[in-house]
Design a protein around this ligand. Structure first.
Ligand SMILES: Nc1ncnc2c1ncn2[C@@H]1O[C@H](COP(=O)(O)OP(=O)(O)O)[C@@H](O)[C@H]1O
Ligand code: SF4
Ligand SMILES: [Mg+2]
Length: 335
């Protein structure tokens, strides 16, 4: 873990600057990302948190450059990696960043791995394609990586196929592939959602270990605030394609500054308050082709006033290293 520091040149490792993404579909234009800003430094873990449909994966796909365009369009913004805008970089140059610079782990390891090739071959391919490593060295690297992500009997299992592994072991293999080329930025998009709770905890601690060992900047995407508590340095909370609150993890837990974050926190079962009723947030996230006027959260917000129906709150400083986009942030913080 680290606190936020920028590089000697004043740059962040990764900087998403006023990003917009829309999808042009038969039902209309879905405004998936609406002016998102955040930065990530070496060795730092940023959690991006929000319910399903809030724009987390689209943000990750935009950074990786794997959005299908069309239907996606990026009408505005910059994604700076070491100061260079990935959005204006020629595609062949950008392709080179995927793997050695920025890498990603997906939720569903089974559909991300190729079922017809042994896992070791798939890991070895990373070295062969990107580094021109010869076959036996590439295989040796694959075994070493499988050992590093704690796959038992890696030497024997390097020739096994994805379906011969459990869900947790497959996710470990995905992690091995994602870190194979020593990326500086690792994006993990709901990496444990498909796994049971014990395995979730093991995968999260593996990710945390690797992040510290390789000093990667880690973006951890999740809908589960419980998952990120011990792992992340900072949290950005997304709602309807915008960041509605941004703060250090400990500050958010101690005192949320946005009604949506507060609702998410109150939905987590807490070990220290056994039997307490869970209060999930009422209602559903909006259809992004028809985002409500004013504060997009107002139809679900227990604190909404007239102004919330008409005026969109900006993401403003509400304390040291923290911002919230709510007309009544101070009341929430003081509650
Ligand atoms: N391929 C697509 N085609 C059309 N709309 C899409 C597509 N992918 C995402 N969207 C839109 O973007 C929204 C946000 O999606 P996503 O980022 O995947 O949410 P999540 O926060 O659950 O990861 C979706 O609710 C949908 O409106
Ligand atoms: S601006 Fe209004 S509706 Fe939006 S979160 Fe704050 S109180 Fe709720
Ligand atoms: Mg997603």
């Amino acid at each position: 873990m680290s606190t936020q520091t920028s590089s000697p040149t004043g740059e962040h490792l990764l900087e998403v600057d006023d990003l917009y993404v829309e999808f042009h579909t038969a039902e209309g234009v879905a405004k998936a990302i609406n002016g998102v800003n955040f930065s990530l430094d070496e060795g730092e873990t940023l959690a991006i948190l929000g319910e399903s449909g809030s724009g987390k994966s689209v943000t990750a796909q935009a950074i990786m450059g794997i959005l299908d365009m069309p239907p996606a369009k990026i009408p505005g913004g910059r994604i700076l990696y070491k100061g260079q805008d990935l959005l204006t970089m020629p595609e062949d140059q950008r392709r080179e960043t995927r793997g050695p610079e920025i890498s990603m782990i997906f939720q569903d390891a089974l559909s991300s791995l190729n079922p017809v090739f042994p896992v070791g071959w798939q890991i070895a391919e990373m070295f062969r394609v990107h580094r021109g490593t010869n076959k036996s060295d590439a295989y040796a690297n694959a075994v070493r990586l499988m050992e590093r992500v704690n796959i038992p009997a890696a030497k024997e299992r390097v020739k096994a196929y994805p379906h011969q592994f459990s869900g947790g072991m497959r996710q470990r293999i995905m992690i091995a592939m994602a870190i194979a080329l020593d990326p500086k930025v690792l994006i993990a998009d709901e990496p444990t959602t498909a796994l049971d709770v014990t395995v979730q905890a093991q995968i999260m601690s593996l990710l945390q270990e690797l992040q510290e060992e390789f000093r990667m900047g880690l973006i951890l995407i999740t809908h589960d605030l419980g998952v990120v508590a011990d792992v992340a340095d900072r949290i950005a909370v997304m709602y309807a394609g915008r960041i509605v609150e941004r703060a250090e993890v400990s500050d958010i837990y101690a005192r949320p500054g946005h009604p949506y974050t507060k609702g998410l926190l109150e939905s987590i079962p807490r070990l220290d308050q056994k039997g307490q009723k869970l209060s999930a947030i009422g209602g559903l996230p909006p259809n992004l082709t028809r985002i409500p006027n004013g504060c997009a959260f107002h139809p679900r917000c227990v604190m909404a006033q007239d102004i919330c129906h008409t005026d969109r709150p900006e993401l403003l400083d509400v304390g040291p290293q923290r911002q919230s986009a709510c007309h009544f942030s101070q009341e929430v913080l003081d509650a």
